[in-house]
Ligand binder design. Structure first.
Ligand code: SF4
Length: 341
């Protein structure tokens, strides 16, 4: 399989008055053609900063970005602003969480889609507007010719997100980056948007990088999952591996904290103790150690050594960053975690 995107040892650090913020600290992954990778993590885990770095949006900012981001044979990190501009639209496009902020409030949506198309394709305004009408129809907006004349505020949240998807896919990009595209929507609209993305992915053959904090979204749409915590990748595997046989104590905490519809109605909700660490003063050793209930079972001192991201078994593509032995992880999962899922 061909990798559409390869990210190698990506680091995004920000120098602030309070100290160096290591928002992303040595993350590597790739996405194959036509596949969807979900990057999951809570606020501050580095998932959105990773997506912005891939789009080259840190260029010209105070961020120090290192590592390789290879798309279409171009390293976004080494490329000039003009070279990255060429990649945006045709090679990669992004859907943002807040469609109202992402669309220009003073321009008709039809003109915005047509203009985005014209930036990357040498066609007349009329031809670009025809593409915009077709794309609005394709993403399920009724009466697309009339709706071309409307402004963003005249659409509902779900319809606006469809407009964003139409604009992103108008140039048929190889990679679509979707940063929490359904977070602001209610669950029925969320399901419609995820269905739409899946259909369009089949039709256009794009790869998708889905950034989300929601394991439900990942279960719906992703082939593979990368779990991030405090700027690092701590587990990577197929969606089935992550959801059915998770290996990292943080993944166990996330899965067991999902409220159940069955069981006693007064049963206590399970939560991961503590809060994510400051990215300026990260704990020594494993970043999750202050919140980990299993660190005492590790034979390595979790508070002094950071575990490597390594195969769960030798030659396994399911990777985890944890000092617990495989035998201990399996035993803990079977006796303490699986019964709560
Ligand atoms: Fe917990 Fe130690 Fe594993 Fe970190 S390395 S997740 S502290 S057991």
């Amino acid at each position: 399989m061909t990798a559409i995107l390869q990210v190698k040892d990506l680091k995004v650090h920000f120098q602030t008055d309070d100290g160096l913020v290591k928002a992303v600290d040595g993350v590597s992954f790739e996405i194959e053609a036509g596949k969807t990778l979900g990057i999951v993590g809570e606020s501050g885990s580095g998932k959105s900063v990773t997506s912005l770095a891939i789009m080259g949006l840190h260029k010209g900012s105070r961020a120090a970005v290192s590592g390789e981001i290879l798309i279409d044979g171009v390293d976004v990190n080494q490329a000039t602003e003009a070279e990255v501009n060429k990649l945006r639209g045709k090679s990669m496009a992004m859907i943002f969480q807040d469609s109202l902020a992402a669309l220009h409030p003073f321009f008709k949506v039809g003109d915005q889609i047509a203009e985005a198309y014209q930036v990357h394709n040498k066609v007349s305004k009329k031809a670009a507007q025809q593409v915009a009408v077709e794309m609005l129809g394709r993403v399920g907006i009724p009466n697309p010719t009339q709706r071309m004349e409307d402004f963003p505020h005249q659409f509902s949240g779900g319809m606006r997100q469809r407009v964003m998807i139409a604009m992103s896919l108008s140039c048929n990009p190889k990679l679509l980056i979707a940063d929490e595209p359904t977070t602001a929507l209610d669950v029925t609209v969320q399901a419609q948007i995820l269905d739409l993305l899946r259909d369009l992915q089949r039709e256009f053959g794009s790869s998708i990088l889905m950034i989300t904090h929601d394991l439900g979204v990942v279960a719906e749409i992703a082939d593979d999952v990368l779990l991030m915590y405090a700027g690092k990748a701590i587990e990577r595997g197929t969606v089935r591996e992550l959801l059915k046989t998770p290996e990292h104590p943080y993944a166990w905490g996330l899965l067991t904290s999902i409220p159940k519809l069955t069981g006693a109605t007064d049963s206590e909700l399970l939560a991961i103790p503590g809060t994510p660490p400051s990215l300026i003063t990260l704990p020594s050793g494993c970043s999750f150690s202050p919140r980990c209930s299993y660190k005492n079972r590790s034979k390595v001192d979790c508070e002094s050594a950071m575990p490597e991201l390594a195969g769960v078994k030798s030659n396994s593509s399911h990777l985890v960053s944890c000092h617990l032995s495989e035998t201990d992880r399996v035993a803990i999962f079977k006796s303490e975690i699986a019964p709560k899922l």
